[in-house]
Design a protein around this ligand. Structure first.
Ligand code: ADP
Length: 641
């Protein structure tokens, strides 16, 4: 039963109408009193529903009626007027009333007007419902499509395998558009051509299909960056090989640059593509371009990584890369062999994998930004020269170079020099003997005496050189193996004493600072003394008149640290690495200073034979400090006073 809202001002007419309607197939509804007088527009009692409203022009002001229409657009309005005038009609039209009833009211006319209005409203409602259902259906399809696109997009952009990405894009293109086949062309930067990189259900010759950019449709898309659509009516020949009925090409764009073209087409079937298909394909192309770039970059990185790993693997040098946290990033098989570890140490801290204390110290220094050089022996007896280089932003790189061959050569050379020196000693002794005899054999003229003195000095020089060489040979060959517990503090004291006269001759100050609790060392007294004589002797020899030489002995972590400092000429930084080499004499000292260049080589050999370390710190014009560190005997420090 249709409900009629009666908005009639005159009570008599309202009653009349109410009763009249109730007799028919209508139900009359009256607005609340409160609502009637107060609210604007919302004239329906709360919760009530009306199918139609009958309104008296006198009942409400026009603007309230207007509001009512706005709030209840679904309730048709029928105007009840005493007299139809032009003004009333105009107003009624403006309000969109669907019928006008004039007094006196005839019951049939009223019912048929109301019925017509209700029917019309029903028809409109039905149409609106159908229309909204239709729209909802389209919207739902679009939402579904978007969801699928999003899922495909997500899957694509998370895929890093290039081939998988290409195949997925080509098949998704067919799926979205319902096309017969799809093609994906990429731009070959070198030739400027488009080449077929992937396809789905493609019936053309896939291998070596290349399209020119200047006069093909795909080329046009590449050049313009705009999608292109062909329909069934124009059977186009796609350069240079196949005919299609309908086709879409969309560009693949990365950072504003077109890198390829994605296409779908119908070759046998007649069926056009819609703008919706173009939109879908364009959206897919956007995902595809990102996925392609990701996958391409990933593939490049992988290839580079493989190349690097292969270079590292095949290189004859040992290589270890340590990151800033001290973890091993990379270790090649030579380095694994040298350090006697497996590949699985990658990722572990270097402290756990390097048994060599020296190398551990080297890497620590490398990570602090200092270069370090040392030698280590592999389990198979080979000797490696190891260099630690700081790598800013990465950590440190350790390179290991096999120097076994050079070591062997060095050994042979030393052996040879030793033999020759030994054999030279006897004739030299004979020369010296006869030179001595010459003076006794008869008087010499002053000139002859001068010459004989020179011969003697030269022979003495050669003898000193030969003695040095023989010493070096013996130490390097490990012939001086006899060691005993010795007080290094005492040896230093004697060495300094012994050097006093030489220092005094040059008016130099020679001071000794002896620390406390200096541990004993396991060593060879003669060699340790020789080592100290060489270092302290050099300090006084090279420091000029009136200079100062300081010798300090300290105990640190059960090691003996001996420092010899002078304020002499200093050694240029570039020459410091060679200072312990045999026969090396630095450019800082005048060549007429006597010396063989073997003193520091002997020092190094002696320190090595005692498992110690020696190094130099020096600045030209300021002075030089030699430091020797020798391992002390555990618990051998004399008790504290
Ligand atoms: P040399 O017989 O020449 O002294 P060494 O092996 O003892 O040979 O020393 C090598 C070189 O190192 C010397 O020639 C000298 O140039 C440099 N040198 C060594 N000690 C010092 C020092 N205390 N001050 C300056 N230069 C030094």
């Amino acid at each position: 039963m249709a409900v009629v809202l009666l908005m009639i001002a005159d009570a008599v007419t309202r009653d009349l109408l109410e009763r009249g309607l109730q007799g028919g197939s209508f139900e009359a509804l009256l607005p609340d009193d409160t609502v009637w007088s107060g609210s604007r527009g919302n004239l329906l009692p709360a919760g009530a529903h009306a199918d139609i409203a009958l309104v008296d022009e006198a009942a409400l002001p026009l603007d309230v009626l207007k509001d009512f229409v706005n709030v209840n657009p679904h309730v048709p309005l029928v105007l009840f007027t005493a007299e139809i005038s032009k003004t009333v009609l105009l107003q009624a039209m403006r309000l969109g009333v669907v019928g006008v009833i004039t007094a006196p009211v005839r019951y049939e006319a009223l019912v048929s007007a109301l019925r017509a209005a209700v029917e019309r409203q029903d028809a409109i409602r039905k149409w609106a419902l159908e229309e909204s259902q239709r729209k909802t259906r389209t919207l739902r399809t679009q939402i579904d499509e978007l969801k699928t696109l999003l899922t495909v997009g997500r899957a694509l952009t998370s895929e890093l395998n290039l081939e998988e990405v290409l195949t997925a894009v080509a098949s998704a293109a067919v799926e979205f558009t319902g096309a017969e086949e799809s093609t994906l062309f990429l731009l070959d930067e070198k030739t400027g051509e488009l080449y077929l990189r992937a396809s789905h259900d493609f019936s053309g010759a896939t291998n070596a299909l290349r399209l020119r950019v200047d006069d093909t449709l795909a080329g046009q898309v590449l050049r313009t960056g705009k999608p292109l659509v062909l329909d069934s009516d124009t059977l186009e020949k796609i350069k240079t090989s196949y005919l299609v009925h309908a086709l879409i090409y969309v560009p693949l764009v990365i950072h504003g640059r077109v890198i390829g073209v994605l296409g779908v087409d119908n070759r046998t079937r007649r069926g056009n593509f819609t703008p919706r298909h173009v939109e879908q394909l364009t959206a897919l192309a956007e995902y595809a371009a990102v996925a392609l770039e990701n996958a391409q970059l990933f593939t490049e990185v992988q290839t580079e990584r493989k190349k690097l790993t292969s270079v590292m693997r095949n290189i004859k040098e040992g290589i270890v890369i340590v990151d800033m946290m001290g973890e091993i990033m990379l270790i090649n098989h030579v380095a694994q062999m040298v350090l006697d570890v497996s590949e699985s140490v990658a990722g572990e801290t270097y402290r756990n994998c390097c048994s060599s204390l020296d190398l551990r110290e080297g890497i620590r220094q490398g990570l602090e930004g200092h270069e370090y050089h040392t030698e280590i022996s592999a389990a198979d007896g080979r000797v490696f020269s190891v260099r630690v280089t700081p790598v800013p932003g990465v950590g440190a790189a350790v390179t290991m170079h096999d120097v076994t061959h050079f070591k062997e050569l060095d050994r042979l050379k030393s052996e040879f020099v030793s033999t020759v020196s030994h054999d030279l000693r006897s004739p030299l002794t004979a020369i010296l003997g006869y030179v001595e005899l010459l003076e006794r054999a008869g008087p010499l003229t002053p000139m002859q005496k001068r010459f004989v003195d020179r011969v003697r000095a030269s022979v003495e020089n050669i003898t000193a050189l030969i003695n040095d060489l023989l010493d070096l040979g013996r130490i390097e060959a490990g012939l001086d193996t006899e060691k005993e517990v010795v007080s290094i503090a005492e040896i230093v004291r004697y060495a300094v004493e012994g050097m006093k006269s030489q220092a005094e001759e040059r008016h130099q100050e020679l001071v000794l600072h002896m620390g406390e609790n200096i541990p004993m060392v396991m060593g060879n007294i003669v060699r340790l003394r020789q080592m100290l004589d060489n270092i302290i002797g050099n300090a006084t020899k090279y420091t000029g008149e009136g200079g100062r030489v300081e010798v300090t002995v300290e105990s640190r972590n059960n090691q003996v640290v001996i420092r010899v400092s002078d304020n002499g000429p200093g050694i240029p930084t570039s020459e410091q690495p060679y200072i312990f080499n045999k026969f090396f004499r630095a450019s800082n000292v005048a060549s007429e200073k006597p010396g063989t260049g073997l003193g520091l080589a002997i020092v190094k050999s002696i320190v090595d034979a005692h498992h110690g370390r020696v190094w130099v710190e020096s600045e030209v014009g300021k002075g030089t400090t030699f430091t020797v560190v020798l391992p002390g005997l555990e618990g051998s420090a004399p008790p504290e006073a």
